[in-house]
Design a binder for this molecule. Structure first.
Ligand SMILES: NC(=O)c1ccc[n+]([C@@H]2O[C@H](COP(=O)([O-])OP(=O)(O)OC[C@H]3O[C@@H](n4cnc5c(N)ncnc54)[C@H](OP(=O)(O)O)[C@@H]3O)[C@@H](O)[C@H]2O)c1
Length: 255
């Protein structure tokens, strides 16, 4: 395959939280598809390692800090344009609604919703000058499916899904597509402890396809959504969960 025929040839992509897990897999898949990737995270060593591997650039920034999205976009705008934004960075903090502390809730919202919203807005001037521009927001099956103790994260992801649909309506006339990918249980650092605590075998019984997913299975969908193959798809949510969210038995026996 020559470079020109690669699905993301000539594209420049910012993938937040690409120093690890799903974001790293998206960056590797985008690079293999011909894109120039900007790797982002907080840990300089991890960010630079992935950037070197994919022949991309790096940018640092803690998305829990309100000024971070503006600093990140200013830095990458000084270096070039942008065709694809993937809002992938995120984290979970567990607490029931009864015990939810306002500061903890605000931090979860900041990283999982406020920062992605700011990045969408701040990146628009660059995306407007891009080629077949597109935004992909990584949410979670918990945007629609509740689980006890995960309300902060779930409500942030639901907010991001809603904002995605609004942005798709607003930006459709300009040809900028905005979609979400809602992963189920994917094997990364984020849920390693949970899977270990439940027991991998038991966990996998809850998933119709009988196994936890791998980051590359989310990354392949991201390549599709960012490519011309998805040129008429906007405001959509692609669930990548091996059937998990359709299964009645989750996190224990049915009640
Ligand atoms: N794994 C799953 O089963 C699953 C399921 C549904 C949805 N998701 C979503 O998929 C996305 C990626 O998750 P993952 O499983 O790949 O997680 P992960 O392995 O823990 O990686 C998280 C990434 O986000 C970055 N990040 C976290 N907090 C940040 C902050 N405050 N500022 C800047 N960067 C930050 C991390 O960067 P540093 O390490 O450099 O700080 C890292 O690159 C998240 O949005 C998550 O909610 C995951």
């Amino acid at each position: 395959m020559n470079h020109e025929s690669l699905p993301l040839a000539g594209k420049r992509a910012l993938i937040t939280g690409s120093s690890n897990g799903i974001g790293e897999a998206i960056a590797r898949a985008f690079a293999a598809a011909g894109a120039m990737c900007i790797i982002h995270g907080r840990d300089r060593e991890k960010v630079e390692r992935v950037a070197m591997d994919v022949g991309g650039e790096s940018v640092l920034g803690d998305l829990a800090e309100r000024g971070s999205p503006a600093r990140i976009v200013a830095e990458l705008a000084a270096r070039g344009g942008l065709d694809i934004l993937v809002n992938n960075a995120g984290f979970e903090e567990h607490s029931t609604v009864a015990d939810l502390a306002a500061d903890d809730y605000a931090r979860v919202l900041e990283v999982n919703l406020v920062a992605p919203a700011a990045l969408m807005s701040l990146c628009l001037p660059l995306l407007r000058r891009g080629t077949d521009p597109s935004i992909i927001n990584i949410t979670s099956i918990h945007e629609t499916v509740p689980v006890s103790g995960n309300g902060a994260y779930a409500s942030a992801k639901a907010g991001l899904a809603s904002l995605t649909r609004t942005a798709a309506v607003e930006l459709g006339p300009e040809g900028i597509r905005v979609n979400t990918i809602a992963p189920g249980a994917i094997k990364t650092e984020m849920n390693r402890e949970l899977i270990e605590a439940v027991g991998a075998e038991k966990f996998e019984q809850w998933i119709p396809m009988g196994r936890v997913g791998v980051p590359e299975e989310v990354a392949d969908v991201a390549v599709f959504l960012a490519s011309r193959a998805a040129r008429y798809i906007t405001g959509s949510s692609m669930v990548v969960d091996g059937g998990y969210s359709n299964h009645l038995v989750r996190y224990g026996e049915p009640r």
